[in-house]
Design a binder for this molecule. Structure first.
Ligand SMILES: [Cu+2]
Length: 480
Protein backbone atom coordinates (compact mmCIF):
# COMPACT_ATOMS: atom_id res chain seq x y z
CA UNK A 1 0.00 0.00 0.00
CA UNK A 2 1.51 3.31 -1.02
CA UNK A 3 0.46 6.54 0.58
CA UNK A 4 -0.17 9.33 -1.87
CA UNK A 5 1.37 11.98 0.34
CA UNK A 6 4.58 10.17 0.99
CA UNK A 7 7.72 11.95 -0.07
CA UNK A 8 10.45 10.15 -1.92
CA UNK A 9 13.43 11.09 0.21
CA UNK A 10 16.08 10.23 -2.33
CA UNK A 11 14.06 11.80 -5.13
CA UNK A 12 13.87 15.03 -3.17
CA UNK A 13 17.52 15.01 -2.51
CA UNK A 14 18.63 14.12 -5.98
CA UNK A 15 16.52 16.94 -7.33
CA UNK A 16 18.24 19.27 -4.93
CA UNK A 17 14.97 20.25 -3.34
CA UNK A 18 14.32 20.16 0.37
CA UNK A 19 11.87 21.03 3.05
CA UNK A 20 13.26 24.48 3.56
CA UNK A 21 16.00 26.80 2.52
CA UNK A 22 16.56 28.85 5.60
CA UNK A 23 13.82 31.39 5.32
CA UNK A 24 10.22 31.94 4.60
CA UNK A 25 9.01 28.95 2.60
CA UNK A 26 6.01 27.22 4.04
CA UNK A 27 5.72 23.44 3.83
CA UNK A 28 2.40 22.00 2.74
CA UNK A 29 0.01 20.86 5.40
CA UNK A 30 0.62 23.57 7.99
CA UNK A 31 -2.66 25.28 7.44
CA UNK A 32 -4.82 27.57 9.52
CA UNK A 33 -6.50 24.67 11.34
CA UNK A 34 -3.74 24.98 13.95
CA UNK A 35 -3.49 27.65 16.59
CA UNK A 36 -0.24 29.08 15.23
CA UNK A 37 -1.07 32.45 13.72
CA UNK A 38 1.82 33.04 11.37
CA UNK A 39 3.27 30.04 9.57
CA UNK A 40 6.54 28.72 10.98
CA UNK A 41 9.68 28.44 8.87
CA UNK A 42 9.88 24.77 9.64
CA UNK A 43 7.14 22.34 10.67
CA UNK A 44 7.59 18.81 11.93
CA UNK A 45 4.50 16.73 12.50
CA UNK A 46 5.02 13.57 14.52
CA UNK A 47 2.57 10.87 13.60
CA UNK A 48 1.88 7.36 12.36
CA UNK A 49 3.43 6.41 9.02
CA UNK A 50 2.99 3.41 6.80
CA UNK A 51 6.29 2.90 4.99
CA UNK A 52 6.98 0.49 2.14
CA UNK A 53 10.50 -0.61 2.98
CA UNK A 54 10.72 -3.63 0.70
CA UNK A 55 8.68 -5.41 -1.96
CA UNK A 56 5.34 -6.35 -0.42
CA UNK A 57 6.58 -5.22 2.95
CA UNK A 58 4.94 -2.24 4.64
CA UNK A 59 5.79 -1.27 8.19
CA UNK A 60 3.68 0.76 10.57
CA UNK A 61 5.78 3.20 12.54
CA UNK A 62 6.01 6.80 13.78
CA UNK A 63 7.72 9.42 11.62
CA UNK A 64 8.06 13.09 10.77
CA UNK A 65 5.74 14.67 8.17
CA UNK A 66 4.41 11.35 6.95
CA UNK A 67 7.67 9.89 5.70
CA UNK A 68 10.55 7.72 6.84
CA UNK A 69 13.07 9.24 7.08
CA UNK A 70 11.53 12.67 7.52
CA UNK A 71 12.23 15.20 4.77
CA UNK A 72 15.70 16.66 4.37
CA UNK A 73 15.82 19.90 6.35
CA UNK A 74 18.11 22.59 4.97
CA UNK A 75 18.91 25.52 7.21
CA UNK A 76 21.36 28.39 7.02
CA UNK A 77 24.07 28.85 9.58
CA UNK A 78 23.22 31.70 11.93
CA UNK A 79 19.81 32.47 10.36
CA UNK A 80 17.07 32.06 13.04
CA UNK A 81 14.06 29.90 12.22
CA UNK A 82 10.70 29.44 13.87
CA UNK A 83 9.92 25.77 14.44
CA UNK A 84 6.45 24.29 14.87
CA UNK A 85 6.22 20.80 16.30
CA UNK A 86 2.92 18.91 16.21
CA UNK A 87 2.43 15.61 17.95
CA UNK A 88 -0.33 13.37 16.63
CA UNK A 89 0.58 10.48 18.95
CA UNK A 90 -0.64 9.48 22.41
CA UNK A 91 2.66 10.13 24.21
CA UNK A 92 4.67 13.29 24.68
CA UNK A 93 7.78 13.58 22.51
CA UNK A 94 11.22 15.13 22.60
CA UNK A 95 12.69 16.36 19.31
CA UNK A 96 16.47 16.51 19.56
CA UNK A 97 18.53 18.70 17.19
CA UNK A 98 21.61 16.51 17.16
CA UNK A 99 24.97 18.23 16.76
CA UNK A 100 23.73 21.80 17.05
CA UNK A 101 24.97 24.34 19.55
CA UNK A 102 21.63 25.69 20.77
CA UNK A 103 20.03 26.46 24.16
CA UNK A 104 19.02 23.55 26.41
CA UNK A 105 15.36 24.59 26.27
CA UNK A 106 15.16 23.67 22.57
CA UNK A 107 17.83 20.96 22.40
CA UNK A 108 15.26 18.24 23.06
CA UNK A 109 16.47 16.17 26.04
CA UNK A 110 14.43 15.57 29.21
CA UNK A 111 17.54 15.66 31.42
CA UNK A 112 18.25 19.18 30.15
CA UNK A 113 14.66 20.17 30.98
CA UNK A 114 13.96 20.89 27.32
CA UNK A 115 10.46 21.72 26.15
CA UNK A 116 8.40 18.65 25.28
CA UNK A 117 5.73 18.28 22.61
CA UNK A 118 2.67 17.06 24.52
CA UNK A 119 0.58 14.14 23.24
CA UNK A 120 -1.84 15.53 20.63
CA UNK A 121 -0.36 18.93 21.28
CA UNK A 122 2.05 21.37 19.74
CA UNK A 123 5.09 23.44 20.51
CA UNK A 124 6.58 26.50 18.84
CA UNK A 125 10.04 27.97 19.41
CA UNK A 126 12.88 29.69 17.64
CA UNK A 127 16.38 28.39 17.14
CA UNK A 128 19.48 29.68 15.41
CA UNK A 129 21.13 26.84 13.48
CA UNK A 130 24.84 26.29 14.08
CA UNK A 131 27.42 25.04 13.29
CA UNK A 132 27.33 24.37 9.53
CA UNK A 133 27.35 20.86 8.15
CA UNK A 134 25.53 17.54 8.38
CA UNK A 135 23.38 17.36 11.53
CA UNK A 136 20.17 15.49 12.22
CA UNK A 137 16.98 15.49 14.18
CA UNK A 138 15.56 12.55 16.09
CA UNK A 139 13.37 11.51 18.99
CA UNK A 140 15.06 11.61 22.39
CA UNK A 141 12.54 9.73 24.51
CA UNK A 142 13.65 6.75 26.60
CA UNK A 143 11.86 3.69 25.25
CA UNK A 144 13.57 1.34 27.77
CA UNK A 145 12.27 -2.14 26.85
CA UNK A 146 9.61 -0.77 24.45
CA UNK A 147 11.14 -1.25 21.01
CA UNK A 148 8.21 0.49 19.34
CA UNK A 149 9.10 3.94 20.67
CA UNK A 150 11.62 6.70 20.19
CA UNK A 151 14.70 6.05 18.08
CA UNK A 152 13.45 2.54 17.28
CA UNK A 153 10.72 4.13 15.15
CA UNK A 154 11.11 6.26 12.04
CA UNK A 155 11.53 9.56 13.86
CA UNK A 156 14.68 10.85 12.24
CA UNK A 157 15.64 13.24 9.44
CA UNK A 158 18.77 14.70 7.96
CA UNK A 159 19.46 18.34 8.80
CA UNK A 160 21.94 20.14 6.60
CA UNK A 161 23.12 23.55 7.76
CA UNK A 162 24.43 25.45 4.77
CA UNK A 163 27.93 26.74 5.43
CA UNK A 164 28.87 30.29 4.54
CA UNK A 165 31.26 28.77 2.00
CA UNK A 166 31.02 25.23 0.61
CA UNK A 167 33.99 22.97 1.32
CA UNK A 168 35.04 20.83 -1.62
CA UNK A 169 33.87 20.69 -5.19
CA UNK A 170 31.27 18.23 -6.37
CA UNK A 171 28.77 17.63 -9.15
CA UNK A 172 26.07 15.97 -7.11
CA UNK A 173 25.13 15.83 -3.43
CA UNK A 174 23.51 12.65 -2.06
CA UNK A 175 22.13 12.19 1.46
CA UNK A 176 21.97 8.64 2.82
CA UNK A 177 20.59 7.71 6.24
CA UNK A 178 20.83 4.17 7.58
CA UNK A 179 18.25 2.73 9.96
CA UNK A 180 16.99 -0.68 11.05
CA UNK A 181 13.42 -1.79 11.60
CA UNK A 182 11.59 -4.67 13.27
CA UNK A 183 13.79 -4.98 16.34
CA UNK A 184 13.81 -7.98 18.62
CA UNK A 185 15.62 -8.95 21.79
CA UNK A 186 18.18 -11.69 21.53
CA UNK A 187 21.04 -13.15 23.50
CA UNK A 188 23.66 -12.66 20.82
CA UNK A 189 26.49 -10.21 21.47
CA UNK A 190 26.70 -7.44 18.92
CA UNK A 191 29.23 -8.01 16.17
CA UNK A 192 31.43 -5.03 15.43
CA UNK A 193 32.67 -5.83 11.95
CA UNK A 194 34.82 -8.76 13.03
CA UNK A 195 38.02 -6.80 13.46
CA UNK A 196 38.70 -7.79 17.06
CA UNK A 197 42.34 -8.63 17.67
CA UNK A 198 43.61 -11.41 19.95
CA UNK A 199 44.23 -9.00 22.82
CA UNK A 200 40.62 -7.74 22.74
CA UNK A 201 39.29 -11.30 22.53
CA UNK A 202 41.30 -12.24 25.61
CA UNK A 203 40.13 -9.16 27.54
CA UNK A 204 36.52 -9.89 26.59
CA UNK A 205 36.82 -13.45 27.85
CA UNK A 206 38.36 -12.31 31.14
CA UNK A 207 35.73 -9.58 31.51
CA UNK A 208 32.86 -12.01 31.02
CA UNK A 209 34.40 -14.54 33.42
CA UNK A 210 34.62 -11.89 36.16
CA UNK A 211 30.94 -11.02 35.84
CA UNK A 212 28.61 -12.96 38.15
CA UNK A 213 25.90 -13.30 35.50
CA UNK A 214 25.82 -13.83 31.73
CA UNK A 215 25.37 -10.94 29.29
CA UNK A 216 21.82 -9.54 29.16
CA UNK A 217 19.53 -8.72 26.24
CA UNK A 218 20.97 -7.40 23.01
CA UNK A 219 18.94 -5.91 20.13
CA UNK A 220 18.73 -7.50 16.71
CA UNK A 221 16.77 -6.39 13.63
CA UNK A 222 14.95 -8.11 10.80
CA UNK A 223 15.17 -5.26 8.27
CA UNK A 224 17.98 -2.89 7.36
CA UNK A 225 17.41 0.23 5.28
CA UNK A 226 19.05 3.21 3.61
CA UNK A 227 16.69 6.18 3.24
CA UNK A 228 13.89 3.94 4.45
CA UNK A 229 14.31 1.27 1.74
CA UNK A 230 15.89 -2.16 1.81
CA UNK A 231 18.63 -2.81 -0.75
CA UNK A 232 17.21 -3.15 -4.26
CA UNK A 233 13.79 -1.71 -3.43
CA UNK A 234 14.31 2.04 -3.56
CA UNK A 235 15.54 4.22 -6.40
CA UNK A 236 19.25 3.79 -7.15
CA UNK A 237 21.75 6.61 -6.76
CA UNK A 238 22.16 7.64 -10.41
CA UNK A 239 25.64 8.84 -11.37
CA UNK A 240 27.65 9.62 -14.48
CA UNK A 241 31.20 8.68 -15.25
CA UNK A 242 33.60 11.43 -14.23
CA UNK A 243 31.29 12.96 -11.64
CA UNK A 244 32.44 13.86 -8.16
CA UNK A 245 29.60 12.81 -5.89
CA UNK A 246 29.46 14.17 -2.36
CA UNK A 247 27.82 11.64 -0.05
CA UNK A 248 26.52 12.78 3.32
CA UNK A 249 25.99 9.60 5.30
CA UNK A 250 24.17 9.41 8.61
CA UNK A 251 23.93 6.41 10.88
CA UNK A 252 20.41 6.97 12.21
CA UNK A 253 20.28 3.60 13.95
CA UNK A 254 19.00 3.26 17.49
CA UNK A 255 21.71 0.78 18.40
CA UNK A 256 23.93 -0.41 15.53
CA UNK A 257 27.43 0.71 14.60
CA UNK A 258 28.01 0.07 10.91
CA UNK A 259 30.50 -0.04 8.08
CA UNK A 260 29.79 0.84 4.45
CA UNK A 261 31.76 0.26 1.27
CA UNK A 262 31.30 0.95 -2.44
CA UNK A 263 33.32 -1.68 -4.32
CA UNK A 264 35.61 -0.36 -7.02
CA UNK A 265 35.56 3.13 -5.51
CA UNK A 266 37.15 5.09 -2.70
CA UNK A 267 35.76 7.63 -0.29
CA UNK A 268 37.62 10.85 0.23
CA UNK A 269 36.43 11.86 3.71
CA UNK A 270 36.09 15.64 3.90
CA UNK A 271 33.95 16.08 7.03
CA UNK A 272 33.17 14.09 10.17
CA UNK A 273 29.93 14.84 12.04
CA UNK A 274 29.49 17.72 9.60
CA UNK A 275 32.75 19.44 10.50
CA UNK A 276 35.42 19.73 7.78
CA UNK A 277 38.48 17.65 8.71
CA UNK A 278 41.96 19.22 8.59
CA UNK A 279 43.30 16.37 6.47
CA UNK A 280 40.89 14.80 3.98
CA UNK A 281 41.83 11.12 3.83
CA UNK A 282 40.91 8.35 1.42
CA UNK A 283 39.44 5.06 2.62
CA UNK A 284 37.71 2.04 1.14
CA UNK A 285 35.37 1.39 4.05
CA UNK A 286 33.51 3.95 6.15
CA UNK A 287 32.67 3.25 9.77
CA UNK A 288 29.91 5.06 11.60
CA UNK A 289 28.93 4.58 15.21
CA UNK A 290 25.30 5.27 15.98
CA UNK A 291 24.55 8.97 15.21
CA UNK A 292 27.86 9.65 13.47
CA UNK A 293 27.91 11.43 10.09
CA UNK A 294 30.51 11.26 7.35
CA UNK A 295 30.72 13.53 4.31
CA UNK A 296 32.85 11.97 1.59
CA UNK A 297 33.51 12.60 -2.09
CA UNK A 298 33.56 9.66 -4.51
CA UNK A 299 35.03 10.03 -7.97
CA UNK A 300 32.87 8.01 -10.30
CA UNK A 301 35.42 6.34 -12.52
CA UNK A 302 34.41 2.69 -12.52
CA UNK A 303 31.26 2.45 -14.68
CA UNK A 304 28.79 -0.26 -13.78
CA UNK A 305 26.02 -1.04 -11.36
CA UNK A 306 27.29 -1.39 -7.80
CA UNK A 307 26.09 -1.99 -4.27
CA UNK A 308 27.00 0.61 -1.68
CA UNK A 309 26.46 -1.49 1.42
CA UNK A 310 27.64 -3.10 4.61
CA UNK A 311 30.37 -5.75 4.45
CA UNK A 312 28.26 -7.80 6.90
CA UNK A 313 26.69 -10.32 4.52
CA UNK A 314 23.57 -11.10 6.57
CA UNK A 315 22.77 -7.43 7.21
CA UNK A 316 23.26 -6.59 3.53
CA UNK A 317 20.97 -9.45 2.49
CA UNK A 318 18.43 -8.05 4.95
CA UNK A 319 18.62 -4.66 3.27
CA UNK A 320 21.62 -2.58 4.36
CA UNK A 321 22.68 -1.17 1.03
CA UNK A 322 21.70 0.98 -1.92
CA UNK A 323 22.38 0.54 -5.64
CA UNK A 324 24.72 3.01 -7.35
CA UNK A 325 23.98 3.00 -11.06
CA UNK A 326 26.07 4.67 -13.78
CA UNK A 327 24.21 6.17 -16.72
CA UNK A 328 23.62 3.69 -19.58
CA UNK A 329 24.69 0.73 -17.46
CA UNK A 330 22.41 -2.17 -16.64
CA UNK A 331 22.59 -5.55 -15.00
CA UNK A 332 22.65 -6.97 -11.51
CA UNK A 333 24.41 -4.77 -8.98
CA UNK A 334 27.86 -6.00 -8.06
CA UNK A 335 29.29 -6.48 -4.61
CA UNK A 336 32.95 -7.21 -3.85
CA UNK A 337 34.01 -7.82 -0.29
CA UNK A 338 36.40 -5.06 0.85
CA UNK A 339 39.64 -5.73 2.71
CA UNK A 340 39.47 -5.47 6.49
CA UNK A 341 41.22 -2.44 7.84
CA UNK A 342 40.54 -0.83 11.20
CA UNK A 343 38.88 2.58 11.09
CA UNK A 344 41.30 5.27 12.24
CA UNK A 345 40.04 8.74 13.14
CA UNK A 346 43.62 10.06 13.28
CA UNK A 347 43.93 9.61 9.51
CA UNK A 348 41.95 12.84 9.17
CA UNK A 349 43.68 14.82 11.93
CA UNK A 350 46.86 16.83 12.30
CA UNK A 351 49.85 15.73 14.33
CA UNK A 352 50.38 19.12 15.95
CA UNK A 353 50.33 19.68 19.72
CA UNK A 354 47.08 20.77 21.37
CA UNK A 355 46.85 23.29 24.24
CA UNK A 356 46.99 21.92 27.78
CA UNK A 357 43.50 21.60 29.26
CA UNK A 358 42.44 23.58 32.34
CA UNK A 359 41.07 20.38 33.81
CA UNK A 360 41.00 16.67 32.97
CA UNK A 361 37.89 14.59 33.66
CA UNK A 362 38.23 10.81 33.49
CA UNK A 363 35.12 8.92 32.55
CA UNK A 364 35.42 5.15 32.99
CA UNK A 365 32.66 3.19 31.25
CA UNK A 366 31.46 0.07 33.08
CA UNK A 367 28.95 -2.70 32.54
CA UNK A 368 27.10 -4.93 34.99
CA UNK A 369 25.75 -7.97 33.22
CA UNK A 370 22.00 -8.30 33.60
CA UNK A 371 21.90 -12.07 33.24
CA UNK A 372 19.72 -14.14 30.96
CA UNK A 373 16.41 -12.47 30.12
CA UNK A 374 17.27 -9.16 31.75
CA UNK A 375 19.00 -5.92 30.80
CA UNK A 376 22.64 -5.03 31.41
CA UNK A 377 23.30 -1.95 33.53
CA UNK A 378 25.79 0.69 32.44
CA UNK A 379 27.92 2.91 34.62
CA UNK A 380 30.19 5.95 34.33
CA UNK A 381 32.85 6.01 37.08
CA UNK A 382 30.98 3.21 38.83
CA UNK A 383 27.50 4.75 38.94
CA UNK A 384 24.43 4.52 36.73
CA UNK A 385 22.64 7.77 35.94
CA UNK A 386 20.63 9.14 38.86
CA UNK A 387 18.27 11.94 37.91
CA UNK A 388 18.28 13.20 41.51
CA UNK A 389 22.05 13.68 41.57
CA UNK A 390 23.47 17.18 41.12
CA UNK A 391 24.84 17.82 37.64
CA UNK A 392 28.58 18.24 37.37
CA UNK A 393 29.58 21.87 36.92
CA UNK A 394 31.68 22.99 33.94
CA UNK A 395 32.77 26.54 33.26
CA UNK A 396 32.04 28.18 29.94
CA UNK A 397 35.23 29.02 28.08
CA UNK A 398 37.46 26.63 30.05
CA UNK A 399 39.18 23.81 28.18
CA UNK A 400 38.31 20.38 29.56
CA UNK A 401 39.90 17.11 28.59
CA UNK A 402 37.47 14.21 28.75
CA UNK A 403 39.16 10.80 28.97
CA UNK A 404 36.81 8.12 27.68
CA UNK A 405 38.05 4.89 29.24
CA UNK A 406 35.98 1.98 27.96
CA UNK A 407 36.35 -0.82 30.50
CA UNK A 408 33.68 -2.96 28.83
CA UNK A 409 33.62 -5.42 25.95
CA UNK A 410 31.13 -3.33 23.92
CA UNK A 411 31.72 -0.41 21.56
CA UNK A 412 30.15 2.85 22.74
CA UNK A 413 29.27 5.75 20.43
CA UNK A 414 29.35 8.48 23.08
CA UNK A 415 27.70 11.84 22.44
CA UNK A 416 27.97 15.23 24.09
CA UNK A 417 24.98 17.49 23.53
CA UNK A 418 25.18 21.17 22.53
CA UNK A 419 28.94 21.11 21.79
CA UNK A 420 31.63 19.95 19.42
CA UNK A 421 34.74 18.35 20.90
CA UNK A 422 38.22 17.93 19.45
CA UNK A 423 39.82 14.49 19.31
CA UNK A 424 43.19 14.74 21.06
CA UNK A 425 44.21 11.12 21.58
CA UNK A 426 42.91 7.93 19.94
CA UNK A 427 44.11 4.57 21.31
CA UNK A 428 47.21 6.32 22.69
CA UNK A 429 47.99 8.23 19.47
CA UNK A 430 47.91 12.04 19.72
CA UNK A 431 45.88 13.95 17.14
CA UNK A 432 44.35 17.39 16.64
CA UNK A 433 41.81 19.31 14.61
CA UNK A 434 39.05 16.70 14.19
CA UNK A 435 35.84 18.16 15.63
CA UNK A 436 32.96 15.83 16.45
CA UNK A 437 29.93 15.37 18.66
CA UNK A 438 29.95 11.55 18.73
CA UNK A 439 32.95 9.28 18.93
CA UNK A 440 32.97 5.49 18.84
CA UNK A 441 35.03 4.07 21.69
CA UNK A 442 35.63 0.37 21.07
CA UNK A 443 35.88 -2.31 23.75
CA UNK A 444 38.79 -1.80 26.19
CA UNK A 445 40.01 1.29 24.27
CA UNK A 446 40.61 4.87 25.35
CA UNK A 447 39.90 8.08 23.45
CA UNK A 448 40.57 11.59 24.74
CA UNK A 449 38.74 14.70 23.57
CA UNK A 450 38.96 18.36 24.52
CA UNK A 451 35.89 20.52 24.86
CA UNK A 452 35.44 24.19 25.62
CA UNK A 453 31.75 24.45 26.57
CA UNK A 454 30.16 26.86 24.12
CA UNK A 455 26.93 27.74 25.87
CA UNK A 456 25.59 27.88 29.42
CA UNK A 457 23.00 25.43 30.69
CA UNK A 458 22.41 21.73 31.21
CA UNK A 459 24.38 19.54 28.82
CA UNK A 460 23.85 15.82 28.51
CA UNK A 461 26.58 13.27 27.84
CA UNK A 462 25.51 9.74 26.99
CA UNK A 463 26.06 6.64 24.96
CA UNK A 464 24.05 6.87 21.74
CA UNK A 465 23.36 3.14 21.80
CA UNK A 466 19.74 3.46 22.94
CA UNK A 467 19.75 0.44 25.23
CA UNK A 468 22.94 1.60 26.95
CA UNK A 469 21.61 5.13 27.47
CA UNK A 470 18.28 3.92 28.82
CA UNK A 471 19.99 1.64 31.32
CA UNK A 472 22.28 4.12 32.97
CA UNK A 473 24.95 5.32 30.52
CA UNK A 474 24.39 9.07 31.00
CA UNK A 475 25.97 11.99 32.80
CA UNK A 476 24.61 15.50 33.17
CA UNK A 477 26.81 18.59 33.10
CA UNK A 478 25.79 22.11 33.98
CA UNK A 479 27.74 24.82 32.20
CA UNK A 480 27.94 28.07 34.15
CU1 LIG B 1 27.07 2.35 24.83
Amino acid sequence: MREKTRRNFLGNVAAGSALLLGGCSRPAGTGSEHTAITPADLTLRIGPVLADIAKDHTISTIGYNGSVPGPLIRLREGVPVTVDLFNDTDTSELVHWHGQIIPASVDGAAEEKSLEVPAHGQLRYQLTPQPAGARFVHSHVMPMSDVNRGAYTGQFAFVYIEPRSNPGQYDQEVFLATHEFEPFFGAEEMEEGGEEDEDTKRKTKEFQQKQGKPNGWEIGYQRFTINGKCLGFGEPVRVKEGQRVLFHILNASATENIQLALPGHQFQVIALDGNPVPQPGTVEVLELGTAERISAVVEMKNPGVWILGTPMDDDRKNGMGIVVEYANRTGSPRWIKPQKKPWDYTLFGRSRAVPQPDETISLAFGKINGGKGAFNLWTINGVSFDEKAQPRTLQKGKRYRLVFDNQTDDAHPVHLHRNSFELTKVHGKPTAGVLKDVVLVKGFRQIEVDVTPAMEGLTLFHCHQQLHMDYGFKLLFNVV
